[in-house]
Design a protein around this ligand. Sequence first.
Ligand code: ATP
Ligand code: MG
Length: 182
Amino acid sequence: MPEARRLFFAMALPKPLQQQVITWRAESFAADAGRPVAAANLHMTLAFLGEISEQKASVLADIASRIQSPAFSMQLDDLGHWPRPGVVWLGSRRAPTALLQLASLLRSHAARNGCHQSTLPFHPHISLLRGATQPLALPASTPQWTLTVADFGLYESRFHQGRTRYQCLHSWPLVSSPPSPC
Ligand code: ATP
Ligand code: MG
């Protein structure tokens, strides 16, 4: 039987923003606050698919390739701590409608194809620290970063030699709005 792979739809952070985030994170959190997520692993999950077959992955990739959803920008201006899963995250006080609609579309296609979706409301976030199960002091504010999102991808997550790595299997462009006539 072909092997199942652990897949999810997500948006990546551009490299310069990854570097800005990890520099700020190193200055803003105590070393024992949690395990820093590697720069290359910083991402925002849109829909988690779980361990799925090649056949299901190919159906979902085909659906994703036909999505016509607008590109968008968002402010990364929110910060929080979920002690139970032990995650410190970066998010947005006002998630753009385009992001919520894209995630909702992907999650509903995932559910229709048998990928269990959490019943918790979708809370778009970028995990910064993991294993952060103890109370901690969050910095009072975050730098005002803007994340511009022009594409999204299907990622594989692999745990190997004690490290989680993600590989982008496919990515698809979001639709840019035409320049307004002057
Ligand atoms: P690790 O679990 O190895 O510490 P990770 O959580 O980043 O690292 P995965 O568990 O493979 O790696 O998850 C990949 C992405 O999917 C992450 O953004 C994770 O938060 C998200 N994710 C994992 N499990 C679920 C789930 N049950 N529901 C929703 N999102 C999930
Ligand atoms: Mg996990």
